[in-house]
Each structure stands twice: as structure tokens, then as C-alpha cells.
Write a protein that binds this ligand. Structure first.
Ligand SMILES: [Mn+2]
Length: 380
């Protein structure tokens, strides 16, 4: 018996993308919807037997009619079984779309916070030997794991589990599932959702998080997508093979860029360019990449960086954001001992330069730079 499935989670359709202006946010919501469409098209083309969607399909209660229609249409076009296990962002509460909307017949939505099971039949109504287990969040929290102690009914079948659960924290209020629960349950594959930046699953892992489908900011880094799982079961234990497939239109990446020794803005710009080019070579950064670089190191004391100008028209990447964490390359002991105006300025700023508050330190560093630059006669 062989089974091929596509597993996705944490799609968060209709996310507000609150960090963006309203036009860019609308554009990103469109990209998110089209990543979902691309995934469902792939699922059909790759000739999968079913699709498992492990929660947080929607970002929250505010769901547009168009997006619900899109979900229903994509599932209907796919035509094979689709299982949905609502998560903490889109719980199957009484007023949720999961209970109010009628989805196509091939869509099964788990709506109970206790374990349910569905035996899969083919188009002729014949049993396929596959059982899909699952549960739903019915509110924002799920303190109990609906699996506690249970095992699959018939280990000879291919048993799948689809659910939203948090395996990272045994005290989580988002269904604190553990590896021990899963071992005791004995599913051939558990399709999990909740963790947006999971480590890559081992190729033969029996449970996995796919991560989100499309990143929404710098806390969701790297290419994103879904998991293609192939399960084979003859007599005895099954074999599982997993592969991650990218569907995200964008990727967000963050890195440090050491600009130590820079004398001019042009030097800094060159360091930024080299850093981006090396990530493009080694990690595939490109036009799809929203990059954020943190500038570090010590630079010429009078050099004040205009991060906005430096970030404009970056090489390779789609967009660039810069954060200035550089420090002026001045010898503090020499400055403190300087009898002239440089020393006076330094001594005045010293408490703030050594402040425990990073914001205050940042302002003081900037003030010192402007002062040193003004003293040397440069225009500020
Ligand atoms: Mn989520």
C-alpha cells in the first residue's frame, strides 16, 4: 500500500501584514493567496492522494468572502480528500467559517477538541486502508492533548494524524503534544501545525511541521512551503519519506555585515554589496529576498551613516533594510584624557555612552560622532 500526500500548515490567509503600508499589505495578501493556489495546483499535478492542512489556515476572525471562496474552489478543483484541523488562530468556534460555511464534499473539517477518525474511501466507496485522525482547536487555547494514552485502532492500516499542536513547550496552552504521545499513538505520519520556523524534518521522520507557507516578516525567515510525504506499508512497519517543497513568493533574511575600518559611506556601501553578493552565491538570495543587514564593527569616528540612502537600490535582492550598530573607532582612553574640546564632549557623553539602556547608548554614540565630525571641520 502506497500513499502520497501534501501537508501544509500556518498559511494565515488574510493576514493584516501590519508592518507594511496598506497597498503593500494588500499586495502581500495577494501573494499569500497565490502561494496557496500554487500549492493546491502542485498537489494535483504531483498526483497526491490527499492534502492535510494542520491549522491556522486563516489568520483570525476577519476572513474575507473571497478568501473563503478561494479555499472552497481550490479544494474542489483538487478533487481528492482534503483534511483540515483548525488551529489557535482559526478555531472551530460556533461562529467560525468552519461551522457556518458549507465546503465541497471532498473537504473534511475536524471540529471537535477530542480525537476523531475518518476511514478513507475511494471514488467508488471502497475502503482504501487509510485512516485520518485529527482534532480541532475550538477556542484560542487547548490545554489538554486529545491523544492522552490512546493508540490507533488498527496498526495494519496507514494511520495519519492531522492536528495543530505545540511540541516545543510541555506547558503550552496551545496543545502541549510530546514525542511520547505520538510514539504511544503509533500513527505512520503525524502532520503538525503551529511552529512557523521549524527545523528541517529528517527525511524519514514520522512527524513534522512544514512551517508557514509564505513568510510575513523577519521573524519568518528563509524559503517557506509544504511537505510532500510518501508512505509505503506492506507487511510490518511503514516507511516514510519526506521532502520540503517551496511555495513562498518571497523570503526574508537577516544577517550581520561587519564594516570595520570604513572611512567613508562608499566604503560601507561596498561592504554591504560584498555581503549581499556572497549570500546570493552561497544561500541563493535574489530578487525574491527581503534582506535586513545589521551593520556592525567600528568605523571612522566622524562617519555618520544614512541608512536609508545606503539601503536604496541594493544589488541582487528585492529590498534592503539596514540597522546601524557600528561604533566610532576612537580610543576612549585617549579621548577621556584629551584636554581639548574633544575630551570635554566625550566626558560629557560618557555616562550615556555606558548606559544600560541600548536606546540611550545609541543616541550618545550618534551625538559623539556628530561632535567629532563637527570638531574636525566637516559639514554635518
Ligand atoms: Mn500559526
Amino acid at each position: 500500500m502506497k500513499l502520497k500526500l501534501l501537508h501544509a500548515a500556518d498559511i494565515h490567509l488574510d493576514s493584516p501584514f501590519s508592518g507594511l503600508d496598506s497597498r503593500s499589505a494588500e499586495a502581500r495578501r495577494g501573494e499569500l493567496r497565490s502561494a496557496f493556489t500554487a500549492m493546491m495546483t502542485y498537489a494535483a499535478k504531483a498526483d497526491t492522494d490527499l492534502v492535510l492542512l494542520s491549522g491556522d489556515l486563516f489568520d483570525g476572525d476577519l476572513v474575507t468572502r473571497e478568501t473563503v471562496a478561494l479555499l472552497a474552489r481550490e479544494c474542489e478543483n483538487y478533487g481528492r480528500p482534503v483534511f483540515i484541523a483548525p488551529g489557535n488562530h482559526d478555531p472551530a468556534s460556533p461562529n467560525s467559517v468552519w461551522r457556518r460555511v458549507t465546503f465541497p464534499d471532498n473537504v473534511h473539517i475536524f471540529t471537535s477538541a477530542s480525537l476523531d477518525a475518518v476511514d478513507l474511501c475511494d471514488a467508488d466507496g471502497q475502503d482504501t486502508g487509510v485512516t485520518v485522525y485529527g482534532w480541532a482547536f475550538t477556542g484560542p487555547d487547548l490545554d489538554e492533548v486529545p491523544l492522552d494514552g490512546t493508540a490507533v485502532d488498527d496498526p495494519a492500516r496507514i494511520n495519519l494524524l492531522v492536528c495543530h499542536a505545540d511540541m516545543t513547550d510541555p506547558h503550552s496552552s496551545d496543545c502541549p503534544l510530546t514525542a511520547a504521545h505520538l510514539d504511544a499513538f503509533g500513527a505512520d505520519y503525524a502532520a503538525l501545525g503551529h511552529i512557523h520556523n521549524p527545523p528541517a524534518p529528517g527525511p524519514a521522520c514520522r512527524y513534522a511541521y512544514p512551517g508557514c507557507l509564505e513568510p510575513r516578516g523577519f521573524d519568518e525567515r528563509g524559503p517557506k512551503g509544504a511537505i510532500l510525504a510518501e508512505i509505503e506499508k506492506m507487511d510490518g512497519p511503514s516507511t516514510v519519506s519526506l521532502r520540503r517543497i517551496r511555495f513562498s513568493k518571497r523570503r526574508y533574511e537577516r544577517a550581520d555585515c561587519d564594516v570595520t575600518g570604513s572611512e567613508t559611506s562608499a566604503d560601507v556601501r561596498e561592504s554591504i554589496r560584498q555581503t549581499i553578493l556572497s549570500f546570493a552565491r552561497e544561500s541563493g538570495w535574489g530578487a525574491d529576498t527581503c534582506a535586513a543587514l545589521r551593520l556592525t564593527g567600528s568605523i571612522s569616528p566622524g562617519l555618520v551613516l544614512d541608512t536609508e540612502t545606503l539601503a536604496a537600490n541594493p544589488p541582487c535582492v528585492g529590498s534592503l533594510r539596514l540597522e546601524d550598530r557600528t561604533v566610532p573607532d576612537a580610543d576612549p582612553a585617549a579621548l577621556a584624557a584629551d584636554p581639548g574640546i574633544r575630551g570635554a564632549v566625550y566626558r560629557e557623553l560618557k555616562p550615556a555612552l555606558e548606559s544600560a539602556d541600548p536606546r540611550e547608548r545609541e543616541v550618545a554614540i550618534r551625538a559623539l560622532r556628530y561632535a567629532l565630525r563637527a570638531i574636525t571641520g566637516e559639514r554635518v
